[in-house]
Design a protein around this ligand. Sequence first.
Ligand code: T4K
Length: 425
Amino acid sequence: MTRLALLGGKPAFSDHLHVGRPNIGDRQRFLARVADMLDRRWLTNDGPLVKEFEQRVADLVGVRHCVVMCNATVALEIAIRALELKGEVILPAYTFVATAHALQWQEITPVFADIDPSTHNIAPAAIERLITPRTTGIIGVHLWGRSCDTEAISAIAKRHGLKHMYDAAHAFGCSRSGRMIGHFGACEIFSFHATKFLNSFEGGAVVTDNDALADKMRLMRNFGFAGYDRVVYLGTNGKMTEVCAAMGLSSLEAMGGIVAGNRQNHKAYSDGLRGLPGVSVIGYDAAERNNYQYVVVEIDPGLAPLDRNDVVAVLHAENVLARRYFWPGCHRMEPYRSLQPNVGLLLPETERISARVMLLPTGQTISMNDVGIVCEIVRTAFSHADEIKRSLEVSALGRNLPNAAFDDIRELDGGSLEKQFKPRS
Ligand code: T4K
């Protein structure tokens, strides 16, 4: 490297490198499916492409039912309602905010549990401490595609007569003890959002082996209609369109190549960052099936010469848009931070880990050469740590970088954006 962009050099990349740049399967296959769809004039409402996509997902996971939906957030909402969860539901605070919103949206209180720092997943011991007479369920999140301790969670649920389900938004194509994710709890939810390794533009699915639950969710995603004029349930519109299913099917066909590329990038990042003090790339169990869609790096501020925010600022200056998922934790986002202002005291590992983690770009658009350059940027930054710290301190530069500093700007802004959107009490 010559000179880092943060210190006045030219950015290493002329275009942004994104975390979550969509992977695209075979264009011709996709376009052919769309052409057939147009000829059929069947665009949504349980069409043939949706049915085929559901069958292919169910076959891959090995479950009896796959109910695809317009996105994973609506799939979570429908699954929560179909399971008749109410009162309080325990979930990790360290997740994408949709997991919590899916509960709060239907006036169920999300009760935030701390995580196990070695897995980033909900800590079973923390769950047990939060159970009250109002608790009706547990939602585990298989963060980064690495599975929760499903045996411990299932034992707790059984002991206390609770229902449990999983937000498996990151875990399509992954396994636990050789069993595909999708088999655990009452049901599991996948996301096929554009940023996921397998995408249907927008999309999600609930998978389950429970026939009655699947039937109920099919009704709920279609306004409760059980025939032309017969509504038997309260429902919503959670349907997936045919064009989304066409993308999902083409994506499924490309899945093997996408996973292989992700795996190669994950290894290259792990090799390229090895030996840097305080830096670790989280690993995936080679004995399991993984999708390797996230390259998750932890930076220990006690050992590394720069902290996570410094490194993100350095990378953004080079047009590498590293992300701080899922900082600062759901409990520090609205409406939760107003509704449960002191809950962070019970979440020390969530606070510690969310301040250390950054995600690096991977997927089809990131080459091994790109990975090498990104690693070299971090190495160079570490060897110029004092200069970088001074530069970030003396100028407001760090705050003017895209994305990385957005939350800092809002903090500086006195939280006025948050105040505008405060829920009515
Ligand atoms: N549960 C969990 C644990 C989740 O992680 C998620 C979603 C859900 C539930 C809910 O699933 P869905 O209802 O979305 O199906 C992104 C995704 O929007 C979100 O789906 C995902 N998790 C989350 C981890 O990441 P943002 O707010 O970071 O997205 P955004 O717009 O900043 O995009 C990420 C990057 O991808 C950007 O740098 C730009 C790039 N990008 C994005 C899109 C959409 C592209 O290059 N092309 C694109 O088309 O949430």
